[in-house]
Design a protein around this ligand. Structure first.
Ligand SMILES: CC(=O)N[C@H]1[C@@H](OP(=O)(O)OP(=O)(O)OC[C@H]2O[C@@H](n3ccc(=O)[nH]c3=O)[C@H](O)[C@@H]2O)O[C@H](CO)[C@H](O)[C@@H]1O
Ligand SMILES: [Mn+2]
Length: 324
């Protein structure tokens, strides 16, 4: 089954919806055979002893450790040699997180792939010099300082939209948006790639939609009615094809501008707009909370690998206006 998969993939691979093993393709005919051969049985949809789902109800892969072969999936994507862009903001005191973020990414993030880190900062001189692997580089871009952290997190959508238009579109095939207060601890490889990949928020993957912290005020553009919702996704790691990400980033930017005109700010800023978009435009791959954990929380048994973890930080000290 696996050899077949690999052979088809390497001859016909189109770059979509491949995650190794049984979720090979849902979208492209060229991989249909592979998909049919390895279509998950009902039993396989539930993965692992903890009974996690390995496929969403719209048949997108739900990626956990053990649901893909790391060597095969990297090899499949490596043949395409995609150019990957990572966008992070490091505004104000957040430049202190760059060293740990970049050094750990060099160890674990799509190793041997071409990666450009786009660092948006108001503080260029504090961007550390990091030794990078072959084919990997850093581009530093200026953004203004801010007095509210809410403005910084929202402004990510604006600066990314502008930078994609001006520059990144010509330099990347895939784009990831990430929080900089993060450290990679384990492999984050090609199994994460798809047209649009989103990560389950660690705080809500075991609860039902009624508990998701979606925007519930009808006056905000991020509004989601009470009886709707698939998952709650984090805004700290998300990625996909450059043009798919562009649509989504621009959507978050424009929706938050609309909100601002109406004197409202969504409850979790861009994360709220992101969640609304992904409800009506389903991601083509969903990544488990392995892809974004937090040092604030213990690691439960169903999280077998922590790939990225958010650091514990002194919110009051590090943010311009404090706050949780
Ligand atoms: C784990 C998770 O779900 N994280 C989300 C949560 O963040 P956090 O509480 O983790 O927010 P945060 O303080 O890390 O801010 C998000 C990111 O914005 C940048 N930044 C922020 C403030 C600042 O003064 N300077 C600066 O550069 C930096 O890249 C940072 O990593 O809520 C935020 C706002 O709703 C975002 O949705 C985050 O993605
Ligand atoms: Mn963060």
């Amino acid at each position: 089954r696996f050899t077949q998969c690999r052979r088809r993939a390497s001859t016909d691979f189109t770059g979509e919806a491949v995650s190794g093993l049984f979720h090979c393709s849902q979208t492209r005919r060229s991989l249909d055979k592979c998909w049919a051969l390895s279509r998950p049985s009902d039993a396989q949809r539930l993965w692992g002893s903890m009974g996690q789902l390995a496929v969403t109800n719209w048949n997108a892969p739900l990626v956990w450790e053990g649901t893909f072969d790391p060597v095969v999936i990297d090899a499949i994507y490596k043949r395409l040699d995609p150019r990957l862009a990572v966008v992070v903001l490091a505004v104000g005191k957040y430049t202190r997180f760059l060293k740990g973020f970049l050094e750990s990414a060099e160890k674990y993030f799509l190793v041997d792939f071409r990666v450009t880190y786009y660092i948006f900062t108001d503080n260029k001189q504090d961007v550390p010099k990091i030794e990078l692997g072959t084919g990997r580089k850093i581009t530093v871009l200026d953004v203004p300082s801010a007095t509210r952290w809410q403005d910084v997190v929202l402004s990510r959508m604006k600066w990314a939209t502008i930078a994609i238009d001006n520059q990144i579109r010509n330099e990347a095939d895939y784009l990831f948006m990430m929080d900089v207060d993060s450290v990679f601890h384990s492999r984050f490889g090609a199994e994460s790639l798809s047209p649009l990949s989103a990560v389950l928020h660690r705080g809500y993957y075991k609860t039902t939609r009624n508990y998701f912290p979606y925007e519930r005020r009808g006056t905000s553009k991020a509004y989601i009615p009470p009886d709707e919702g698939d998952y709650y996704y984090t805004a700290a790691v998300w990625g996909g094809y450059l043009e798919e990400m562009y649509k989504l980033v621009k959507y978050c930017y424009e929706q938050s501008e609309e909100d601002a005109k109406n004197n409202i700010e969504a409850v979790w800023q861009e994360e709220s707009h992101l969640n609304r978009y992904l409800l009506y435009n389903k991601p083509t791959k969903v990544l488990s909370p392995e892809y974004l954990w937090s040092d604030y929380d213990q690691v439960p048994a169903d999280i077998r690998v922590v790939r990225i973890s958010q650091l514990v930080k002194n919110y009051a000290e590090v943010r311009p206006n404090g706050g949780q």
